[in-house]
Design a protein around this ligand. Structure first.
Ligand code: HEM
Length: 420
């Protein structure tokens, strides 16, 4: 599909073969989704504060190489699992106190802050405490979310009147990132700490300012994304109680009552299938990645000129009956190992490839926090399903699908909560 946005040509591609072909013929340093954010570049220039993760030059490669070691490989992400139990457990306990779409951003932030900063803010439980006085963590969360929302106004609607608000939120996020990082680094046990921050400092590959910039980029990239993905998973679990029950039984038998470990996560095979089906059934992103090549490329027989933005939108085939039987039904079992093996070698195997099966993009710019986000969501689901049975009635609670920064259900269905 080809269309123009703000006078520039864009091409949306759907077929996994076209996406793979684009990635195989990518520029030496890929240009696309996270680099085409002029608001971040304008802010960085004005404040003399670089954002190398959004760059498309050597500074990106150097920074990415230095920072990915402690977050991207599966073994690195697994190290955060034990500590995620505490924020997940505390957040889950208050999930009957407010609507899910109100609690989930705070929960995602609490999980993120535990792994990245090594700090428990308990912002989910504070958000439902009527006596809670707003503190630093509230400002950090609110401005992190606001900066991203304003950025979308600036990027998509080209509405420059939002720049002052964006600037204010970014200033706040940077101020608090610096403050929290300085506080953490002064703790006596910091050197042997197990947060992302203490690990990256121990490597001595980045300056303090570069680490602050990384934490800001992570915050902008890692909280709203986790929120939107989790909300669709929760909506589907509430809509299909039999799936929720089967998942609960798996959690009870694999994890039991104790803390969730990285080994448990590997063993939770039905959970993997539920998450995969939720991504197919209700994707949280209209497109998972984008590229601008410095040379022309032929995709599905059409020549795409150099410089045209190519957006990867593999969702369409996930609802195509040529690839998926009964696509309108929520069936996690279609992702069991035996079902995947049956598709291998047929045209249908396309839906099992990485470019389709995960919401994290692919190639050298693939989401740095993908495995951490997956661990956060899984640990949280274990705690939530052990504490609560929840459901909503589709004939009573109607929602619309809204395409905003993320794809959202609004109003988010009100859940009926029953303690386990
Ligand atoms: C469910 C949660 C998440 C989703 C759905 C998501 C999705 C994405 C996507 C689609 C991209 C673009 C990939 C590409 O261009 O090929 C991306 C990039 C990125 N994500 Fe995530 N993300 C999530 C969580 C996180 C978390 C928790 C962090 C950090 C702690 C993070 C950090 C980043 C960074 C730094 C980039 C830019 C990478 C680069 O350009 O080199 N994300 N993410």
């Amino acid at each position: 599909m080809k269309h123009k946005i703000h006078g520039r040509d864009e091409v949306w591609i759907y077929h996994p073969d076209d996406i793979t072909h684009t990635l195989q013929n990518d520029n030496a340093i890929p240009v696309g989704g996270s680099t085409d954010l002029w608001s971040i570049h304008a802010y960085g220039q004005k404040k003399n504060f670089p954002f190398p993760l959004n760059a498309s030059d050597e500074s990106w490669r150097r920074t990415r190489m230095a920072i990915q070691k402690d977050i991207f490989p599966p073994q690195a992400a697994a190290l955060y699992v034990p500590n995620l139990n505490e924020p997940a457990k505390r957040a889950s306990k208050v999930f009957n106190k407010a609507p899910f779409d109100q609690l989930m951003p705070y929960t995602a932030f609490d999980l993120f802050a535990n792994a990245i900063l090594g700090k428990n803010f308990y912002s989910a439980e504070k958000s439902v405490d009527p006596n809670h006085q707003k503190d630093d963590s509230d400002l950090f969360v609110e401005h992190g979310m606001k900066a991203l929302a304003e950025m979308i106004h600036l990027e998509i609607y080209m509405d420059n009147s939002h720049f002052p608000e964006f600037e204010k939120s970014m200033d706040t996020v940077i101020e608090y990132s610096e403050k929290f990082l300085l506080e953490a680094s002064k703790k006596p046990d910091f050197a042997k700490g197990d947060s992302y921050f203490s690990r990256v400092v121990a490597r001595k590959e980045l300056e303090f300012k570069e680490i602050v910039s990384t934490v800001c980029s992570f915050l902008l990239a890692g909280v709203d994304t986790t929120t939107s993905l989790s909300l669709w998973i929760l909506l589907n679990l509430g809509r299909f109680p039999e799936v929720q029950e089967k998942l609960y039984q798996e959690i009870a038998s694999v994890v039991g009552d104790g803390p969730v470990t990285a080994k448990h996560i590997e063993q939770l095979q039905y959970m993997r299938q539920v998450l995969r089906e939720s991504h197919r059934f209700t994707s949280n992103l209209a497109f998972t990645s984008a590229r601008r090549l410095d040379h022309p490329i032929v995709l599905s027989g059409y020549e795409i000129p150099a410089g045209v933005k190519i957006l990867f939108a593999p969702n369409a085939i996930q609802h195509d009956p040529r690839y998926v039987d009964e696509p309108e039904k929520f069936i996690p079992e279609r992702w069991s190992k035996s079902a995947v093996a049956e598709r291998t070698g047929t045209e249908r195997e396309g839906i099992d490839g990485l470019v389709v099966s995960k919401p994290f993009g692919s190639g050298p710019r693939m989401c740095l926090g993908a495995r951490l986000a997956e661990a956060e969501i899984r640990v949280f689901l274990c705690h939530l399903l052990r504490d609560w049975k929840f459901s909503w009635d589709p004939s009573v609670h109607k929602y619309q699908v809204i395409q905003n920064t993320f794809t959202l259900a609004a109003p988010f269905p009100e859940m009926k909560m029953m303690p386990r």
